[in-house]
Design a protein around this ligand. Sequence first.
Ligand code: MCN
Ligand code: MOS
Length: 766
Amino acid sequence: MTIHDLRTRHGDASDGSADQVGGRLSRVDGPAKITGAAKYAVEQQLEGLAHAVLVESTVAAGKVRAIDTAAAEGAPGVLLVLTPDTIPPLKTASDWFGTPPPDVPYCPLARDIAFSGQHVAAVVAESFEQAVAAAALVKVSYDEAPAVADLSDPKAGDGIPIDMMTKEWGEAEAAFASAPVRICAAYNTPREYQAPMEPHGLIAAWQGDRLTVWEPSQWLDGMARTYAEWFAIPFENVRLVSPYIGGGFGSKALALSHGAVAASAAKMLGRPVRLVMSRPQTFTGYGGRAATRQTVTLGADRDGKIQSIVHRGVNETSMGGMWVEPLGSVTSVMYATPNFSSKQNVVRVNSVVPGAMRAPGENPSAFGIESAIDELAYVVGIDPLEIRLRNYAEQDPHARKAWSTRQLREAFAAGAEAFGWARRSPAPRSMRDGNQLIGWGVAAGTYPVRRAYGEALVRILADGTVEVESSSIDMGQGTYTILAQTAAETLGVPADNVVVKLGDSRFARAGVTGGSRLAGIMTGAVHKAAGAALDQLVGLAISDPRSPFHALQANTLVVAGGRVSSPRGDGPEVSIAELLASVGADQIEAKGDTMPANSTAEDRYKAYTTIATPLTHTDGDYSRHSWCAHFIEVRVDEDFGTVRVSRVVSALDSGRLYNPKLAESQWKGGIIMGIGQALLEEGIVDRRHGRIVNNNLADYLVPTNADIPDIQTISVGIPDPHSSALGGKGVGELAIVGVAPAVANAVFHATGKRVRDLPITLEKLI
Ligand code: MCN
Ligand code: MOS
């Protein structure tokens, strides 16, 4: 059986629209993944493959005094032991904004230690097992220095103010002081980790001064740029290959130091080198979500109308790197308030630099404001849903622009109806089932519509099938599927006749898959490329003297179901293959992109290899966001304090959906991740060594099927022409935003106990 045979189109069988945008086509890559036919990056079988294993720092601060490699070098199968002294220096690469880097050498193995888990050496051997065994023989000694373990470390201090995060209007402090109702509380979120199924890893191979890297990647063009700059070779000389990715959740967008180690080793040996991180190594190979602290103060009148929001936030960053988790992002747009002030600091600690994890910023931000407004609701005695409607922001309160679309009122209404919110008894501890306390909570979420650029190539082959090529990626979101639908709809062919090829940097280019922007960008680019290919096809059919349509003198033709005919139904009807054969064309090819028409080659290079994108979500006249409302039921065991989420209804506005089946799956994935965040996930720091103790999937808990009830999602979006070419808004990150506060609010309703520190574990309830 070939991969193609395995592709089945069982969407809703009754739904004939699977060939179109908006249809419920099943994942076209699903069968290949499930049967094992899909080859992941490190599964490539290459001649002469050698295996690298990292040696990591066991202290969180200080200097490497010495590395004794003698035993490792003498171990069976060992080809190379790399240390800061033996790995050739690379060049420093530019950051993801494309800022020109300083002309200083870059060493991916550290002498100066800034966190436990930093790479200090690597062993390369004939087999993986030999490399693991030899890595254990590398003896590293340190001059250890005192470390700042985490945010609560007394040495951590208040941190550095990030002025660009300040958002202020009105007189927030004064309005708070004079408000009749005042609440003030602190909300904390711990370090959390992306924990994708597939760990970080790669295979690097050189042919002369050309480098091929098979590596799971959310950004082929950006990572290719980094590799090219490290090794001082032209961008075109690097090829990144990443057709399948076992999840990323933000962790796979950048080339990281382990990649530099593997590519250096491959160059030194003249052999391809594979390096795969162990699960514990993934916890420090790329940073997870930064730990955060927020204080939210709300001043309101007795009807629950907000007069003032004063918000202060802090997030962890590393000693040498800068990560800002924008904590005021939801606080500043969710509710109407005449007075507002939000400020943020970052605190340097001895950890890997934190990174992007599904809805960075919006996620913890919503935990603060959506918990705080629930607290306000109880203080003033107003239903938590009603108080949100009373403070509904009719326009973006920060940007002072109209919403492009905001179906949040509709989301509250649809969610409440489906959940049965009207039957909620308001008092905490007033609903129970035996010894289970039942709580119902609500919270809203939002995510901005980020827009950038992408290009696609569409090829109609002689047999009438269609190929779509793009260097964008599918890490599970459904890119393969929605791009097949887009090409199928635009060209008038069945989606089964479209083969989408992604994940190769030789293809037409794309920017980063982050910020839930890829679907909007790439459907736009494919729509444009397919439209251009269709124009060529119809043009040929009308004008080529050999075409069966030539005599018709038509000015347009219809292509549907892969067949070409005249709009009036007179004249012939032939397949695309027959038409191409009649005019002697091998294929038709067209490129489409979403760049401004006058863009230069340099503009394009920048657009695809950096995140310095000019299109903010508040560009022009509108403020663009996705919105959602989560209604959650929890059951809390009165004796043991264990919390189970027993029911979830979420109503979401992501604009037009390209594929409702996949959007629902994305939303559910986000909600599940949010339940994990609410109840389970927490990187636990060993204060003595500044180390994450639970750096494995047995101790770092994520939800299993048994933790997750049926989840109902309701789409309330309408097409949003200001957000994307085809009217969709972001889906991938939206649904995680607001889940944790909805759970916390439900736990308060069940127990009368407000937990402001995630996760909500049983000891916090007793
Ligand atoms: N979609 C849709 N209608 C829309 C928008 C999107 O039907 N209007 C569906 C499509 O199936 C599309 C998917 O939702 O493929 C996601 O689209 P979009 O919101 O544009 O997000 P991206 O394609 O840019 O994906 C990135 C996003 C991010 S930033 C993280 S983090 C995340 C996420 O997607 N990581 C994921 N979802 C993930 N899903 C899986 N399985 N694995 C991850 O690592
Ligand atoms: Mo998503 S955290 O923007 O990759």
